[in-house]
Design a protein around this ligand. Structure first.
Ligand SMILES: Nc1ncnc2c1ncn2[C@@H]1O[C@H](COP(=O)(O)OP(=O)(O)OP(=O)(O)O)[C@@H](O)[C@H]1O
Length: 421
């Protein structure tokens, strides 16, 4: 017996890139064509296929390609017998016995889908041997499914007009994958599924795992950078990113490149996937951790001042932390106002107060209300990208508005520079 699947992919993430592919595929399906989603492992083909099948609002038959498959696994087979015995004893001296033995035919998923007009999702169909899939050729083109000869039922099944098929496949260079007959490809509309873009991967991590946008972005970038440096193009970074995010989220591991547990999780997930030698791969990963740590490591105490991105002279505060000790944010504001008044009186532009851009001002306003926050919190509250947040925080720390506190193994916290007593 075949079970009908009512699939509603949970947390399906639809970003503009996903939406575009989905719209294209849906258009073809609505016009009566079958669609083939092809791409490397982990690009979201199965998820999209089920989403599309769900959009078609018909029951779904899900089949997974398998090298061991026989045609009967697709269309059905004879299963057991029905015996019919008629004993006719109408005239007591004559007994007529009719004994009939019939094979029972059981539809498999393709036959059921064709008969009832369901949507067939044939996942990784090229893992089945090509000759097994031949039965699809007439079903897709002539809309006739050819069944094995039998004296008790028709050998041709007219395909229900609602029947649609969505195929997914990995490229042929993958292990365990067969070539596909041109005749079948010719009947399908093939859409190439590339690696999901950064935004899609980030959104999938946020929605499926429930982590902060900044953490999701950092993991996606780390995995992507590692994969590209290792020259690994056979799989996407989505699955390993999801694994790392899930494990860290469930076990309370700080998603920070300087955290030892985080590094362990990433190493276990990522290094097991590389075909390169382990030692250089480990070095590459460690270099990436350090690079990312450095890029998120906004200017700390004065000792890091060489790290500061240069600012135009006129924008620099009148008093810097290094020259006259720490000033408070409030007193800085007063200083700025005073400096600006003096400058107005003297007609001198050079002493004007440091100008804050929109992002810096919004961070200051946010921290005035919150007192302190981590980089991730600032990013997500103010919807900033990591680079914009880091740049703005660096400027604010350098200008003496903010201070950064590094906690061992915990995210750095930014807060207003306290009032001088
Ligand atoms: N649009 C999406 N929304 C939510 N989750 C997604 C989306 N796309 C992919 N995923 C998630 O990414 C992971 C990989 O997706 P999926 O299994 O669909 O990829 P695939 O291309 O079929 O991989 P394979 O070729 O290895 O079978 C899954 O955990 C899936 O839930």
């Amino acid at each position: 017996m075949s079970t009908v699947l009512q699939a509603r992919p949970r947390n399906f993430v639809s970003t503009p890139a996903v939406e575009r592919i989905a719209r294209r595929a849906l258009r073809y399906l609505q016009s009566g064509y079958s669609v083939h989603l092809r791409g490397p492992a982990g690009t979201g083909k199965t998820t999209l296929a089920l989403h599309l099948a769900d959009l078609l609002s018909r029951p779904i038959m899900l089949v997974f390609g398998d090298d061991e498959f026989k045609t009967s696994d697709l269309i059905g087979n004879q299963s057991g017998y029905t015996r019919k015995k008629v004993v006719d004893n109408y005239i007591h001296s004559v007994v007529k016995v009719e004994d009939e033995l019939r094979h029972n035919w059981v539809d498999s998923r393709l036959t059921l889908a064709c008969r009832e007009g369901f949507t067939l999702v044939y996942d990784e169909f090229n893992r089945s041997r090509p000759e097994v899939n031949n039965v699809l050729l007439s079903a897709l083109e002539e809309k006739l499914l050819v069944l094995p000869p039998s004296g008790h039922r028709p050998e041709y099944l007219r395909v229900n007009p609602h029947f649609r098929a969505i195929f997914t496949s990995n490229p042929e260079e993958y292990a365990g994958v067969h070539g596909t007959q041109d005749a079948l490809l010719d009947r399908l509309i093939t859409i190439h599924m590339p690696e999901p873009d950064e935004l899609t991967q980030q959104q999938i991590l946020i929605q499926k795992v429930g982590i902060e946008p900044a953490d999701a972005l950092m993991i996606v970038r780390l995995v992507k950078a590692f994969k590209s440096q290792m020259g690994n193009h056979s799989a996407t970074s989505l699955r390993p990113s999801l694994m790392i995010a899930n494990i860290c989220h469930e076990h309370g591991v700080a998603m920070m490149t300087e955290d030892a547990d985080f590094r362990d999780v990433c190493s276990d997930v990522l290094l097991s996937r590389v075909t390169n030698e382990l030692s250089p791969a480990t070095h590459t990963l460690w270099d990436l951790f350090n690079e990312l740590t450095a890029s998120a490591d906004v200017l700390g105490p004065e000792s890091n001042s060489t790290d500061v991105s240069p600012q135009p002279e006129a924008d620099k505060p009148v008093e810097t932390k290094g020259s006259k000790g720490k000033s408070t944010t409030k007193s800085k504001a007063k200083e700025s106002a005073k400096a600006s008044e003096e400058a107005d009186e003297a007609g001198d532009d050079s002493a004007s107060a440091p100008e804050l851009d929109e992002i810096e001002s919004s961070i200051l306003t946010f921290l005035t209300a919150r007192e302190s926050a981590s980089l991730s919190e600032i990013e997500s509250e103010l919807s900033l990208t990591r680079f914009k947040a880091v740049d703005a925080l660096r400027s604010l720390v350098e200008a003496g508005y903010l201070q950064k506190q590094n906690g061992a193994g915990k995210p750095a916290i930014y807060g207003l520079v306290p009032e001088e007593s």
